[in-house]
Ligand binder design. Sequence first.
Ligand SMILES: [Ca+2]
Length: 99
Amino acid sequence: MKLTNDSSISFTQVQHYIFVVQAQDTGRPSLSSTVTVYFNIVDLNDNAPLFDPMSYSNEIFENVTIGSRVVTVSATDLDSGKKPIQIEIPHRKIIDMCR
Ligand SMILES: [Ca+2]
């Protein structure tokens, strides 16, 4: 068994393959036997995290308390075992980024 040029395997589409292979002799009468082959596709880290939405907008009062959470952004990752990512940006970080 081998992959051909037009083959593609993607864990996000199919995680397991099962094939039944038969061998048959040319005797008379012909005899045969089968074996079952299982493939578990191993997921690679081939997808970048995606932000949804792609941009955020928020208003911040100029007297907001230092340390206040001003925005939370989140991203998802199609690769297995990757949980959604949430990032909180506190007020102090924005002040630091503006300097
Ligand atoms: Ca990934």
